[in-house]
Ligand binder design. Structure first.
Ligand SMILES: Cc1cc2nc3c(=O)[nH]c(=O)nc-3n(C[C@H](O)[C@H](O)[C@H](O)COP(=O)(O)OP(=O)(O)OC[C@H]3O[C@@H](n4cnc5c(N)ncnc54)[C@H](O)[C@@H]3O)c2cc1C
Length: 375
């Protein structure tokens, strides 16, 4: 299972994602063809159970697929990851009707999912949304604004995090863009992940059928921490290992190709050799930690939670440092944007500030290490 999923993801990354990555970045356009190819190959169903037409994959499968896709095109990989998170959260508690209406088309790549969790106010603390949902005539009525919604305006399924019960507690309600009052605002202008359309979603008195809630009222807390958090952290770590690996390869290729009039190449310079060595250690260490974290999470081991947090921090910080070093090896050519290295550098800046952010994860890890409660 793992081998097949990872191999398919690598093939799509090589054949479809990588050849288009520069153009998607430059034009800041949504990576439709990459997502369509992933749907065609069945990867859109990576975390959807086989009974609903998916691959029934594991977090280890997700880690390897995201690594391959992050290597090919980080924008496409982010949209794919948010789709995987969206389908995982729906699938965790889907009723038979929800599975038929949402998961079956999602598994075929016909309905793209994402997460609409973040808000301007709650920021890094997305698990404390300000949007609440009133109940009126048998519907939830949602008003407010979600920020940074990846695939905003392109996705078909938006699990929105709210407090519907009015009690302390969280709820995940699936909003579809056909509902009156749903809108999207702005265009994505982030320094990296240029194609991923992380824009604001506006909800203006949107009446959502009560049947669109995932699980029962108040289930949102466990959906966020038991389903979304491990899926997102492992997938994002994979995307970042892929970005770091791509930057290492580009830097090594540039070092071999860049020749001085003396006949010496950059690869002949010892400082460059040592830089590449350090980069390879960072990539491999992050990759190994991620695979162990995903394995432990799949096995339900008690140490999985801190490992998953460590893996996200290690992978995103490896991507940041490896791409920084790659920029130096690429020199003026990297800076002048004639090499793809600067795209990897920009793409690698997102990981640390994506929630749970590395700062917040460090705080949680410290609490785990000292036996304190997380909240
Ligand atoms: C490319 C991209 C795609 C995204 N896609 C999605 C998506 O699809 N769906 C979605 O819901 N969200 C998405 N997000 C949002 C993301 O996950 C974060 O929630 C968001 O970036 C937080 O931004 P903020 O500036 O408001 O954070 P702030 O809360 O303002 O935090 C700013 C900084 O302060 C630090 N900080 C805050 N509180 C603490 C603390 N207690 N201790 C230590 N440090 C702290 C943070 O670590 C951070 O570095 C995306 C973001 C990006 C960049």
């Amino acid at each position: 299972m793992s081998g097949t999923t990872a191999t398919t993801a690598r093939e799509v990354a090589e054949e479809v994602l990588r050849p288009k990555a520069q153009e998607i970045d430059r034009k800041r356009r949504y990576p439709k063809e990459g997502l369509a190819a992933l749907g065609k190959k069945g990867l859109a169903g990576i975390l959807i159970p086989a009974a609903q037409g998916g691959l029934g994959g594991t977090l280890s499968d997700l880690a390897q697929a995201c690594e391959a896709l992050g290597w090919g095109c980080a924008s496409t990989a982010m949209c794919f990851l948010m789709h995987a998170c969206g389908t995982a959260v729906i699938g965790a508690k889907a009723t038979a009707e929800q599975a038929d209406a949402w998961l079956k088309p999602a598994a075929k790549g016909k309905a793209l999912a994402t997460l609409a969790f973040s808000e301007r106010g709650s920021g890094a603390h997305f698990y404390a949304p300000e949007i609440s949902a009133a109940t009126k005539n048998g519907s939830f009525v949602l008003s407010g604004r979600k920020s940074f919604v990846t695939s905003g305006g392109h996705a078909a399924l938006y699990p929105v995090l709210v407090n519907a019960s009015g009690e302390p507690g969280l709820d995940v309600i699936v909003v579809t863009p056909d509902l009156p009052g749903v809108g999207f605002d702005g265009t994505w202008d982030g320094i990296g992940m240029a194609g991923n359309s992380s824009i604001a979603m506006t909800l203006d008195d949107v009446k959502v059928p009560r049947a669109n809630i995932v699980g029962a009222e108040g289930d949102g807390q466990s959906l966020v921490f038991d389903v979304v958090a491990p899926t997102f952290l492992i997938g994002l770590a994979g995307v970042n290992v892929g970005i770091a690996h791509a930057a290492l390869e580009e830097a090594a290729e540039h070092a071999k190709a860049r020749r001085y009039p003396t006949g010496q190449t950059l690869a002949d310079v010892q400082a460059i050799q040592m830089g590449l060595a350090d980069m390879s250690i960072a990539v491999e260490a992050a990759r190994r930690l991620l695979r162990e974290a995903a394995r432990a999470a799949d096995a339900g081991e008690a140490t999985a939670l801190p490992l998953v947090m460590q893996a996200k921090i290690a992978a995103t910080e490896a991507a940041a440092s490896v791409t920084e070093r790659a920029m130096r090896i690429g020199g003026g050519q990297a800076y002048s944007r004639s090499l793809p290295i600067e795209r990897h550098w920009r793409d690698a800046r997102a990981g640390a500030v994506m929630a749970p952010t590395n700062d917040v994860l460090r705080e949680w890890l410290g609490k785990i290490l000292t036996g304190l409660p997380l909240f």
